[in-house]
Design a protein around this ligand. Structure first.
Ligand code: SF4
Length: 320
């Protein structure tokens, strides 16, 4: 499909300041040379452990934080070149849904008001029709009309996430960054919210950057998946190929945690040792070498290139 979003060699470095003069002594390379494309109506899953840079990638794309280097093209415009005014006009079209919608909801504001406020601010409704428009978007997101005058604390976690999504959907976006939107929910509720995301994709032609630490969460929604480790993509592939034939040892490790419904399918199991190293002090060479069961001396010295294998598959590993 036609590209909606193109991320090219994106970098976001945070300075580490030390000493009484707060001199910048080094940088945390939170996002280090990340490139991918999201087509119109496509759901792209960005997966990795916490500390991999997924959230910073999402926020830098939305220009909630400024990039260090690289380009982000959205609907043919270079986002980081836009003025504040141009960006403000584009804002409704790109929305963010968080893990914890409660923290972004004003506890003293009725749900209908919280959704209506966004509509009025962006002139997508008038005082006369705002209530109807709020009810419409609530219905779209699976919220019964009688909830309109209730307060956030009266809702369960899953319903609150529906409110968060409704507030984003009220602005009629084309693109949603969903950052761990189901991580705080029970598994049964997670499935309902993921179904809602798929329905919205069908009904509204929405595109997603869906961020998760859990591959099984993105499996049903996302048709393209990028695996991130310590600031960089290590593998990028269409979903079906990634699940059927993961190439990078880290992808294999993440997949080892995903149950296989078909017992005749055999999958190599890699159980990861230890935690992700500090992004402030990443390992040399292949950043995964401290946890990789296949690491050799070469892996400690040489950074593996992110190679194009054809058929939309990319991988960064010396032994693939
Ligand atoms: Fe493992 Fe080496 Fe491949 Fe890195 S380059 S994933 S350490 S085998």
């Amino acid at each position: 499909s036609e590209p909606l979003l193109e991320v090219k060699n994106l970098k976001k470095y945070f300075p580490i300041k030390e000493g009484i003069f707060k001199r910048t002594t080094s940088h945390v390379k939170a996002v280090d040379d990340v490139s991918f494309t999201i087509g119109k109506g496509e759901a792209f899953g960005l997966v990795g452990e916490s500390g991999s840079g997924k959230t910073t990638t999402g926020q830098t794309i939305l220009r909630l934080t400024e990039k260090t280097e690289g380009e982000v093209w959205y609907k043919g415009q270079n986002l980081h070149d836009l003025s504040k005014e141009e960006l403000r006009k584009l804002r409704p079209s790109m929305q963010l849904v968080f893990q914890d919608p409660y923290s972004s909801l004003n506890p003293r504001m009725r749900v209908g008001e919280a959704i209506g406020e966004a509509l009025l601010e962006h002139k997508l409704a008038t005082k006369e029709d705002v209530r109807d428009k709020v009810l419409e978007v609530m219905e779209l997101c699976g919220l019964a009309p009688y909830h309109i005058d209730r307060y956030p604390h009266e809702f369960s976690g899953g319903q609150r996430q529906r409110i968060g999504i409704a507030r984003a959907m009220a602005l009629q976006p084309d693109f949603l960054v969903a950052d761990e939107p189901v991580a705080a929910l029970d598994v049964s509720i997670q499935a309902q919210i993921i179904n809602l995301f798929s329905e919205l994709k069908e009904k509204r032609g929405l595109s997603y950057l869906f961020i998760s630490h859990d591959l099984s969460v993105v499996e049903h929604l996302c048709t393209k998946i990028g695996i991130m480790y310590l600031g960089s993509l290590v593998e990028l592939a269409p979903r079906d190929e990634l699940f059927a034939n993961p190439l990078h040892p880290y992808t294999k490790a993440l997949l080892s945690a995903v149950p296989i419904p078909d017992p005749t399918v055999k999958r190599e199991r890699i159980i990861l040792k230890g935690d992700i190293p500090s992004p402030a002090n990443p390992p040399s060479g292949c950043r995964f070498h401290t946890r990789c069961p296949y690491a050799t001396a070469r892996c400690e010295e040489e950074v593996p290139a992110f190679r194009d294998l054809g058929q939309e598959r990319y991988v960064a590993c010396h032994i693939v």
